[in-house]
Design a protein around this ligand. Sequence first.
Ligand SMILES: Cc1ncc(COP(=O)(O)O)c(C=O)c1O
Length: 387
Amino acid sequence: MSGPERIPLARPVIGPREEELVLEVMRSGMLSLGPMLTRFEAAFAGRLGVDDAVAVSSGTAALHLAVRELGWGRGDEVLTTPLSFIASSNCLLFEDARPVFCDVDPLTLTADPAAMEAAAGERTAGLLPVHIFGWPAAMDEIERLARARGFGLLEDAAQALGTVCSDGRQAGARGNPAAFAFYANKQMTTGEGGMLVPAGPEGGAGARSERNQGRAPNMKFMDHDRLGFNYRLTDVQAAIGVAQLERLDDLLASRARVADAYSARLAAIGAAEPGAGDPDDLVLPLGDRGEERRSWFVYVVRLPADADRDGIIAELDRRGIDARPYIPCIHLSDLYRERFGTREGQFPVAEDFSRRSLALPFHPGLEEAAMERVVSELAGLLGRPRP
Ligand SMILES: Cc1ncc(COP(=O)(O)O)c(C=O)c1O
């Protein structure tokens, strides 16, 4: 007898429109640097209300090109958050710049601007906030700090397509270079892929050259005037992107609906809003606040401080439910410990969250019955009455 169907952590929504546009590209014979790429870039820039967007092979590639646009390199320190995916600080290492971590705000889990200000020093060249889990970083304060001290600023918006900051402007559309990512679990996907929003026309031109081995679009075949990479996104991937953008509003609304439904079910087993209730108990993700809008990328709860997270994940797995610790602190990875001597205890807020974090299955098509199963099993494992 087979058990109930497995509930995966994430699942992309792909349909006939994606298939149609992919076929169109395949039949056109223009699989790379063709018209679908340009169409995707224009549609993305239009969606964000920015002048330009440069499609690349990954979010990491977008971050790397942005670091180069900002000119950060050897001897430069960049203030950033330890509570993020490792690519958000690895992009600095590619250019020999040094990430300097600052602790996060306990409610928003994004870099605390006061901690950034305190960490700024003579070698500081820039700030790299991350809109983690789709929650907007405190851009007003961070931009103020950057302006006051002459720092460069790069937004990691990999998890934040559709996120709205406290002044009502979208993350990644504020005039700072910004990087988006389109891996299959993101708000929209191209399978793999990324988008750089450059700060201006020069940045856009530079990035278009650097993604294509240092050959600008107006140069002759096999001419190269600068160091470049192969960071091209194929037109097949761009076709998926165009179709996903067409339905982005629906995808974002479905994600928000699933998140609200989860929060209601979890509140019924005693989970508290962040900032209300006992911070050492089960805590929900932060919901919208004033003008700030989360674009729901993942659904991550904070388990009670004394819960056995690894045991809970293993038990959920046994019961056909995927859940993950999300997200480990970058400074506690072996790479950063060995390279920079970072260690436990340096960033208590980020570390406490990271230790207790649990990402539940989350995607736009997640059904009520699946959520009911997840929350019921979690309640049982936490020793609470099942709803
Ligand atoms: C915060 C953050 N930055 C950067 C990246 C890198 O994007 P990619 O995996 O497309 O290279 C990711 C990917 O998940 C991310 O979550």
